[in-house]
Design a protein around this ligand. Structure first.
Ligand SMILES: NC(=O)C1=CN([C@@H]2O[C@H](COP(=O)(O)OP(=O)(O)OC[C@H]3O[C@@H](n4cnc5c(N)ncnc54)[C@H](O)[C@@H]3O)[C@@H](O)[C@H]2O)C=CC1
Ligand SMILES: O=C(O)CCC(=O)C(=O)O
Length: 388
């Protein structure tokens, strides 16, 4: 029986994908697998028995990959599962903000008396807005979310420009050829009435949009951050709001600087919070965990190499190890010393880590000794034996 522990709200539709005959959910404090969303795993203890962490969602900066690599824990995310949800909220906020709808609704809500209709007609022009058609939006990051936002903005009649020096082939092919990909961030910032950021948080992307970058945007521009705290420097963004250089700063992240500034519009990390996205993420996470725990398959990992060959033999030994010389030689020697024939072997690497999978039709009686010998090889971090 595999033990699974969940953090945050994980859709029951996804958890139902884990058969009760093989999986117990939230019944043990020493789980094999975790399903999480925004839980901060840098400050949450997870033991060596945790073989897999599935992040139902896109961003994985809440998970310490160094620790996961050290103890042989594979980390997955669920790319694209909530991208449509974020796109819809960003487009919704774009329209709401450009028409001053939030202020207007709040104003209407405090009206009293028999003449509310008269008061409305007299004052509604305080909330006169603008249309999006013909305005320029710059989309930073053209992955699952950014490419959808770019496409939807284009359909609204906006002029769209993009910036993503690391765009995947898949997303580059999907992007309309009427959306130019600019060579520099500065070019995008200088020509955009609206800028929206859709990139992961990494050390390199910390404060990608800071004081200097905001100064490059035209006066009266609007900045959206539906990516992560600290990709935009909130202190800089809220300061220029006060000075009037930015018209609006719209963010999904409740930093002190943002919530305390009445001109900032803060949604409470709602981008991926729809029933549909929660189901998509939880289903993908559960299927990923099953494929890994039952067959050793690795697909959509953020720290380990891909290995998608299904289990076709009776037994599979999976060895997670550091990506250093002579590992295959040592691993196959240990199997040969046990007098076992290897039917299929695969070895994949990714940065500092590697994954060797050995498929066998027959094992000898002393399998335990073989597993111990493999575990004893320096640079091996985890060995598992899977049976069909
Ligand atoms: N507010 C929310 O609830 C949600 C927030 N997110 C955030 O949005 C981020 C993006 O999500 P996805 O589009 O699904 O990820 P993705 O991995 O599909 O796309 C990210 C894109 O950013 C690009 N990129 C990375 N660094 C860049 C840089 N310095 N300049 C320009 N482009 C850069 C990459 O090449 C990639 O194409 C996530 O990492 C997460 O932090 C994602 C989903 C929900
Ligand atoms: O799980 C959530 O609601 C957060 C979504 C998110 O930020 C992400 O997928 O990166």
């Amino acid at each position: 029986m595999y033990q699974v522990k969940t953090y945050n709200v994980i859709s029951p539709v996804g958890l139902a994908k884990l058969p009760a005959s093989q999986y117990a959910v939230n019944k043990s404090d020493d789980p094999d697998a975790l399903i999480i969303r925004s839980q901060d795993m840098h400050t949450t203890d997870f033991g060596k028995n945790v073989k897999v962490i599935a992040r139902a969602g896109a961003g994985f900066n809440n998970i310490p990959l160094d620790k996961a690599n050290e103890q042989g824990t594979v980390v997955f995310n669920t790319p694209g599962s909530n991208a449509n949800a974020v796109k819809e909220l960003v487009i919704g906020m774009l329209i709401l903000c450009n028409r001053h709808v939030i202020d207007a609704v709040n104003w209407s809500a405090q009206l009293v008396g028999a003449d509310v209709s008269l008061q409305t007609e007299k004052n509604k022009n305080h909330f006169a807005g603008h249309e999006l058609v013909g305005k320029t939006i710059g989309v930073i990051g053209l992955g699952n979310v950014g490419s959808r936002v770019a496409g939807a903005a284009q359909q609204l009649g906006m002029k769209v420009v993009g910036y993503d020096p690391y765009i995947s082939v898949e997303h580059a092919l999907q992007l309309s050829n009427q959306i130019p990909r600019l060579d520099s961030l500065a070019e995008l910032l200088q020509q955009s009435d609206f800028v929206t950021v859709h990139i992961p948080y990494t050390e390199d992307n910390r404060h990608l949009i800071g004081e200097n970058e905001i100064a490059m945007m035209p006066k009266g521009a609007v900045l959206f951050n539906y990516s992560r705290t600290d990709i935009v420097d909130d202190a800089a963004a809220t300061q220029v709001l006060d000075q009037g250089h930015l018209q609006l700063y719209v963010t999904d992240f409740s930093t002190q600087a943002a919530v305390e500034n009445p001109k900032a519009i803060v949604t409470p990390h709602l981008g991926g919070t729809t029933e549909e996205a929660e189901i998509n993420g939880a289903v993908m996470a559960a299927n990923t965990i099953r494929n890994f725990l039952e067959q050793g398959i690795i697909h959509h990992s953020v720290n380990m190499p891909e290995m998608t060959t299904p289990m076709q033999y009776n037994h599979r030994i999976t060895v997670m190890h550091q990506n250093v010389p002579n590992m295959l030689g040592q691993i196959t020697t240990a199997v040969a010393n046990a007098n076992i024939n290897i039917d299929n072997l695969s070895n994949q690497s990714r940065e500092t880590m590697a994954y060797t999978v050995i498929d066998l039709n027959q094992l000898d009686d002393d399998t335990e000794a073989l597993i111990k010998n493999l575990e004893a090889i320096p640079a091996v971090v985890r060995v598992r034996l899977l049976n069909r």
